[in-house]
Design a protein around this ligand. Structure first.
Ligand code: TMP
Length: 385
């Protein structure tokens, strides 16, 4: 299996993407690793080379909260309505339930959440949801089956990409999924240490086959800058395969997602993107403009470290997540403050760390733009907006 893996992108030395530093830590040497991205010729799967023990990343200090954006909340609500109408499950399980943004759309009686980050899991437990602070694996799946019976709907919002042992993940799903049960998996993958896998349709199809599972419908979503929602069933379940599956297959083959050269082309685009972003920041610096960051995201950790942009360029970040506030960005040590109105702060440019919520942010910050402020983004290509 290993010989099939081709390394195509080196994103340099990186810290753990969600490891925000407190004041005493910024003077110490940070642990870094080389972020290399690979393509597996055999199953067409993109993955990162070096992985870390889950406990290092998903523990009782996990800062990410899925409830921090209106866009996500709305998307979960819409999906839950669709699930109630089309699947009408008697029992639901979410792998990686975070702070309950998805689960809260369902009755507490029928839902179970799995969330190993106990600081986040505590939030739903307090609201009387049946959430379990454990990692998703075969042992847990067996105990769920014993205590709750089989599950009609399993949902995972990008969580499966965070688990190294895919064999264990899908075997566990197979064990608890009812005969006519459905697995819904969202993927919105960016490169950092937590996201071990990037699932295209072609790669996921290859993996699922081994577990007698198949994709029967795909929704292409705008969320997180474009993502796929895969609806998965047992091969033996006769639900009709929706046209969206063939459409996606054609699209991915057209884009060459099954060919290694496509990934080397992507590498070139990444390198050019870095040059362009650095030149935008250099231009702003040369004019003595004040730049702040908006949304200290894990994905901006990759970008800032790869492009070597630190506190000399970005004054500070604003973020609504409590666990990130009064800390420093991993590797680049830019202070993060609580989000409050950006009026009268003499800000010239805002770097969009949370570019995936651009529309929501633009709506909120109309006044900044009206008064001449500008945003800097690196995606889909670096530009000043
Ligand atoms: P994510 O892209 O990994 O979901 O993280 C989004 C981050 O951006 C999260 O820390 C919250 C922050 N954020 C703001 O500070 N203000 C906003 O208006 C939005 C939408 C997000």
């Amino acid at each position: 299996m290993k010989k099939n893996k081709i390394e195509f992108l080196d994103l340099g030395q990186q810290p753990l993407a969600n490891y925000y530093l407190n004041k005493s830590q910024i003077k110490k040497k940070e642990r870094k690793y080389r972020l290399i991205v690979c393509f597996d010729k055999q199953n067409k799967l993109v993955s990162i080379k070096k992985t870390f023990p889950s406990e290092m990343m998903f523990n009782n200090k996990y800062p990410y909260r899925s409830s921090m954006s209106q866009t996500m909340q709305k998307s979960f609500k819409k999906l839950s309505q669709q699930i109630k109408k089309e699947i009408n499950p008697k029992k639901i399980l979410e792998i990686g339930s975070n702070d309950g943004s998805f689960l809260k759309n369902f009755s507490k009686k029928i839902s179970i959440g799995i969330e190993p980050c106990s600081n986040v899991e505590r939030i739903t437990k307090k609201q009387k949801f049946n959430t379990i602070p454990k990692y998703w694996n075969i042992k847990l799946a067996k105990s769920i089956l014993k205590n709750h019976g089989s599950i009609d709907l399993i949902y995972s919002a990008n969580t499966i990409s965070h688990i190294k042992n895919l064999n264990d993940v899908f075997k566990s799903i197979n064990l608890v999924l009812s005969k006519k049960g459905v697995l819904i998996k969202n993927t919105y993958d960016q490169f950092y240490n937590e996201h071990i896998y990037v699932f295209s349709y072609l790669s996921l199809k290859n993996i699922l086959k081994k577990y007698d599972l198949e994709i029967y419908k795909i929704d292409n979503l705008d969320i997180h800058g474009g993502s796929n929602r895969y609806f998965i069933k047992r091969i033996s379940n006769k639900i009709r395969i929706n046209n969206s599956v063939l459409k996606q297959q054609k699209k991915e083959i057209k884009y060459g997602l099954d060919k290694k050269n496509t990934y080397f082309e992507f590498k070139k685009r990444v390198e050019n993107s870095k040059k362009r972003l650095v030149s935008i920041f250099n231009y702003c610096n040369s004019k003595n403009k004040r730049i702040i960051g908006y949304g200290a995201t894990a994905k901006s950790t990759t970008i800032l470290n790869y492009c070597k942009i630190d506190n000399a360029t970005i004054d500070y970040f604003l973020d609504t997540t409590k666990d990130k506030q009064n800390k420093y960005t991993p590797g680049t040590k830019i202070p993060i403050y609580k989000y409050e109105s950006i009026d009268n702060k003499n800000i010239d440019f805002i770097f969009l760390g949370a570019w995936n919520f651009k529309d929501e942010i633009f709506k909120k910050e109309k006044k900044f733009v009206k008064e001449g402020g500008r945003f800097i983004t690196h995606t889909p290509y670096p530009k000043i907006i």
